[in-house]
Design a protein around this ligand. Structure first.
Ligand code: HEC
Length: 100
């Protein structure tokens, strides 16, 4: 009888260990920004090839819909970025939190 409980415990343990590894592997908004946007908009949102997009920029006051459209569809010489909704959301959260 005890043996059965032990097996159950091991299985639960393996499941919880697995789900933890997956969530740790998910990139943060900062990581996605640095990988996908920083080359053109700068590590600190200060702008490079692309305009600055931090707190003191005109883009800052634009609604989320403008950001989502610009990021996913592109704008002018900015190419649209292939990102999931989740990634776009994480990037916007990172940009808005970092500069407040
Ligand atoms: C290849 C370079 C490049 C990359 C990569 C890039 N951008 Fe841009 N981005 C630009 C350029 C150039 C513009 C200006 C487009 C225009 O108005 O003609 C721009 C414009 C924008 C704007 C609008 C700024 C404004 O003043 O209205 C936002 C917001 C923006 N980018 C966010 C992002 C985000 C977030 C990422 C990463 C997912 C990203 N960009 C990736 C080059 C880039």
């Amino acid at each position: 009888m005890r043996y059965k409980y032990f097996i159950c415990f091991i299985i639960l343990f393996i499941f919880s260990a697995c789900s933890q590894t997956t969530s740790q592997a998910d990139p943060t908004g900062e990581e996605i920004y640095l990988a996908r946007c920083a080359a053109c908009h700068g590590d600190k949102l200060e702008g490079k090839v692309g305009p600055k997009i931090g707190k003191d920029s005109s883009a800052w006051d634009m609604p989320n819909s403008y950001w989502i459209q610009t990021i996913t569809m592109g704008k002018g010489s900015m190419p649209g970025q292939t990102l999931t909704d989740e990634e776009v959301y994480l990037i916007m959260e990172y940009i808005r939190e970092g500069e407040k």
